[in-house]
Each structure stands twice: as C-alpha cells, then as structure tokens.
Design a protein around this ligand. Sequence first.
Ligand code: HEM
Length: 214
Amino acid sequence: MTLADPSIEKLSVRLRSGTRLDHDAAQGSGFLDALAAGTLPRQAYADLTAQHWFIYETLEQAAEAMADDPVAGEFVFPQLTRLPALSDDLATLLGPQPKLSELPATQEYRERLRAVAFDRPWGFIAHHYTRYLGDLSGGQYLGPAIARAYGLSGAGHRFFVFEGISPPAFRTGYRDLLDRLAFSPGDEQNFLAEVTEAYRLNIAVLSELKERWV
Ligand code: HEM
C-alpha cells in the first residue's frame, strides 16, 4: 500500500478528483461566463437569481429537516443560509413583488432534492457540498465580476457574500468534516454518484438559461 493508494486517499480528495470533469462541464456551460463578462441583459442575471431562489428554498428546507440528524446535522450551518439574501437580491433586481418563473430543469432539481436530501445523509451532504462549496469557491470570483458587469454594489449580489465566513478557512473545515464521515461503502458510492447528479442538475439549469438568454 502506498500513499497514492485510492483506498486510503481522503474522501475530500477522491471527491474532488472524481468529479473534476463534472465541475469543468458546469464551469464551461457558457452562461455564467457570459454573465461575468456582462454580455447578457440584467434580466438574465435576475433569472439565474430566481432559479437559485427556488433551489435554495428547497435545499434550506432540507437543512432544517436534517438539523438533528447525527451525520447530516454536522453540515447544517445557519450562517450559510442564502434564501434571505436571494429574496433581497430579487427585490433589488425585479422590484418588491417579483413574479418568478421556474424553469423545467429547476423543477427537476427540486424534485431530486425532495427525493434524496430530506432523509438520507448522503443525499443531503452531496447537494449541500455541490452548492455551498461551489458558492464559496468559484462563486467568490463570479460574484464580484457580476457586480462589476451590472453596476451593483451590495444590493443585488448579496447571494455571493457570506457574512461572517472566511471562504478559505470554511472550505478547509468543510473538507475535514467530509474526511471524518464514516459512510458505509454503499452510502459512499451513493454520495459520490449524487454529487455527479447534482452537477448534472446544475448544468441542466444553466443550459436552459443559456437557451433563453444567449
Ligand atoms: C464560471 C463558473 C465557475 C468557476 C469560474 C468556478 C471556479 C472554481 C474554482 C476556482 C474552484 C476552486 C478549485 C480549487 O480549490 O482549487 C471551484 C471549486 C468548486 N466549484 Fe466551481 N466554478 C464555477 C462553476 C461552478 C458550478 C456551476 C458549480 C456547481 C453548482 C461549482 C461547484 C464547485 C464545487 C463544489 C467546488 C469545490 C471543489 C472541491 O474543492 O471539492 N462550480 N470552482
């Protein structure tokens, strides 16, 4: 057995290397880059924010449902909660009572969350990781770029700003939590497959947004 042996590599490392291609597909979907470059109308950014609102509403309901779970509860951090920031952003972008329309891919995403994230730790953690660790990684570049592109300062891009959290320190602590998970081999497989599924669902939302706006 060597240090490179996959059977002893940490889960956070295997997760990251095992989903690198999924991540690159999500990153390369084009819609986010176009927003960051400011080549799309402001309504396109409002539409992304609306889809996020639907997704985080369900994800954060799952966090409430899982708060007392001995395994998943370790991943429930109230300071990550994004729904109030998203509501605030929508009010800035679309006015006080915005009419939101949910894309079919967003509906499918929420159905998957309802199926696996409310009572299965591997399902909840897979979806939690894909969104929040992404928001605390690439999101930290994307947020300022979008703010610059659409002339926003504070209001309108609160989703990207995590008050009271240092993203690099949080990411390190989060990976430690992942590495301390004691999943059965079956549940670990379910977890890794669900992260790929979460990326697929995100890519589908981004593709529908791209079809509508690009
Ligand atoms: C323009 C789009 C994007 C850019 C520029 C971007 C960029 C990045 C960067 C620079 C990292 C950090 C890699 C490292 O620590 O070395 C990262 C990590 C991550 N991103 Fe993205 N990303 C984008 C889109 C997405 C999307 C759409 C998702 C999923 C919804 C996502 C999910 C993640 C996750 C979960 C991580 C953490 C990986 C890990 O360390 O385990 N990213 N991203």
